[in-house]
Ligand binder design. Sequence first.
Ligand code: FAD
Length: 385
Amino acid sequence: MTAHLSPPDVDPACDVLVIGGGQAGLSAAYFLQRFGLGDRYQLLDHAPGPGGAWQFRWPTLTLDGTNRIHDLPGFGLADALDGEVGVFPASTVVPEYFGAYEDRYDLRVHRPVSVRTVEYADDGFVATLGDGRTIDTFTVINATGTWERPFVPHIPGIGDFRGRQLHTHDYSGPEEFAGKRVLVVGAGISAVQLLIEIARRAPDVETFWCSRTEPVFDPTPFDPRKGRAAVARVEERVRAGLPPTSVVSVTGLALTPTIRAALDDGILSWRPMFTRITETGVCWDCAVAGSEGIDHLDVDVIFWNTGFRSALDHLAPLHLRGPGGGITMTGRLTTTVAAEPRVQLLGYGPSASTIGANRAGREAARNVADILARPAPSAPTHPTR
Ligand code: FAD
């Protein structure tokens, strides 16, 4: 893989601060350059190397095993990397691709640089970095993803469990579950894929599966209309200021040959969500439909595949969240914060997919270009490089 040594310095002021160098941040930077703002933005990322969240995905997730990773704008994965890469871990292939992409377009990602807070300032915003330095900026394109905010629901007794609890975020392969009784929680594609992987590949493992909603397997092939309908549902929520649901989760579970085989083999034997966690496992109130005859299940591991939330803590000082619990978004692709159009959010709601991130990157770059093109005093120019 290419070595990517970023400039250790950042400029103390710029017109556009892009936070996050995953698919969404790179797409935004590409379009900022296309729209003539190549010397007016800075892109900061606190990961050690290129790849966004993909560099941290579990090693058994191959490129072929993903839902699908769309090419970044202008330069596709097949152009960047030679050979059949589908069988290799996404955690190595995608960083290599993103690294080549950054080089090709000279995107100059500053990393590792963490943004701790973004606050209002006299003429825009001030971002405070992890090391205390500050950057003044007139606009913000936030593209910090969800990977760093794994979500686990609060279930009574959760702190009492003496076994191991882990989240998708911390999974590193099936081997460590050998000989264990493992309860997988969640109804999304990660839960299903990892349940099958553990059941098939960890020696002497016993697996169980619970989720709040009963999973529905769709025997008809995925088609773009279904994708558009799923995105529309998420878009509706963020326009109304409600917390987004994940696009990947609402696209449903396609009944692939692997899933069909797992159903036939009894691996995907589902139970309703337990109501309490005990020191040694989980239990159900008698009232839970479908749980008749079982009141307690002893397990060694509870494996939460219960999703992620947007990693937006650094924007808390801007008070963007409204009474609905989410951030009200507007604009053609809902990248604009309704209450503060100088802040663009990528990967929030409908753009939380690789194809969504590409389109949102373009839209956000166009929006900030329009804002910066307006006559002074609202369009200062900070030399950035
Ligand atoms: P990320 O890739 O998460 O990038 C965010 C970047 O921001 C990171 O590099 C991080 O270091 C940086 N960052 C975060 N906070 C800060 C900060 N405070 N300061 C500085 N830098 C910061 N989508 C698909 O289209 N296809 C799939 O197959 C697919 N599979 C998925 C599987 C899993 C397990 C998950 C969780 C998601 C999946 N998704 C998939 C959705 C996926 O997350 C997005 O498609 C896309 O990769 C997200 O890109 P992003 O740029 O928004 O975020």
